[in-house]
Write a protein that binds this ligand. Structure first.
Ligand code: ATP
Ligand code: ZN
Length: 304
């Protein structure tokens, strides 16, 4: 009977005894960063085994072990080297003030840490915060901000539903995470100052060994290819040959576009890559220059 096992038995998930070095990554267990974090790993070709309701898992397609944790604990785990790397919001990373290096901004989980006051309150500048009671889940970042501004105020640390604090008389001011601002609005508050712009980042322990660094480099190479692809679109269009030169001149000069003859004489198919920031403008110009049947296709990976 062939008893050889294709996969590591679950009892071996700790990595103890396993010969191969695995990169250990800490990811939020559930919440706003979870889906995007797992999606990013998947897009990097890292499939995870049995993700549901697990505290940790491994990948069969990349030497990686994944720990699912509360986001607040991720900086500590990475500082301690229990995890080699982690995905966490900058807001949490800087609030926890742990020793871990930011390797890459990931472009999701975007929000800002802002000061808000009651809509009826007048606010002319930070000096208005003097002597006020501030409710926040970010006592460290708020006290650093106040120190820098030479303001003395009372900080009340609360762990959730910060935005109701003024309404129930607990505080005059709140400092909380904002993305659209609708939560503030619903609670009769207005945003008056931003302390920090935040997004999810990949962080790493300060003293990775050589093998771990190699694995991190490999992961980073893939993350960059995925991010680059998201910022670009593949564009195909038909162009009458007499207008080809004008159309080609509009396309980015990275490498010259691909030009193929169409079955219909006098026409060509032109393929190129356009970046997000110039996309609509270029499409309009291409149309005006005589391009027809413009097709736009998402790019999965871009390896330069
Ligand atoms: P956990 O149980 O892991 O402690 P949590 O309740 O602290 O979860 P979430 O609300 O899931 O955290 O948010 C996780 C992160 O998502 C935040 O720390 C922040 O970086 C990011 N984020 C993006 N937009 C927002 C937003 N509008 N409000 C709160 N967090 C946001
Ligand atoms: Zn949290």
């Amino acid at each position: 009977m062939n008893t050889e096992m294709k996969y590591t038995p679950l009892s071996d998930l700790s990595g103890g005894g396993a010969s191969e070095t695995k990169l250990r990554i800490a990811v939020q267990k559930s919440g706003r960063l979870y889906d995007e974090s797992v999606k990013l790993l998947n897009e990097c070709g890292i499939e995870l085994r049995n993700v549901k309701d697990r505290l940790k898992t491994v990948s069969d397609t990349f030497p990686m072990e994944v720990f699912f944790l509360r986001d607040d604990d991720i900086p500590q785990y990475v500082e301690d080297g229990v995890a080699d790397i982690g995905i966490v919001g900058e807001n949490v990373l800087y609030e926890k003030n742990k020793a871990a290096d930011v390797v890459e901004k990931l472009g999701f989980g975007k929000c800002r840490l802002s000061i808000a006051v009651q809509r009826s309150q007048t606010y002319e500048g930070v000096q208005n915060l003097d002597g006020k009671r501030i409710a926040t889940s970010y006592p460290f970042l708020v006290s650093e901000f106040l120190k820098k501004q030479n303001i003395i105020a009372e900080i009340h640390e609360i762990s959730g539903s910060v935005e109701i604090a003024p309404g129930i008389g607990l505080a005059d001011v709140v400092v909380d995470l904002v993305s659209s601002g609708s939560t503030l609005l619903m609670n009769g508050l207005k945003e008056v100052e931003t302390i920090l712009q935040s997004q999810a980042v990949l962080i790493k322990n300060k003293t990775l060994n050589k093998q771990q660094e190699i694995l991190l480099e490999k992961l980073l190479f893939r993350i960059k290819a995925v991010k680059k692809a998201k910022r670009n679109k593949y564009v195909l269009m038909n162009a009458p040959n007499d207008k080809l030169q004008r159309i080609i001149a509009l396309l980015p000069g990275m490498k010259s576009p691909t030009v193929l003859p169409l079955a219909e004489t006098g026409w060509s198919s032109v393929h190129s890559v356009l970046s997000e920031d110039e996309f609509w403008e270029k499409i309009e110009q291409l149309k005006a220059a005589g391009a027809e049947g413009i097709l736009v296709v998402p790019i999965e990976k871009m390896v330069m």
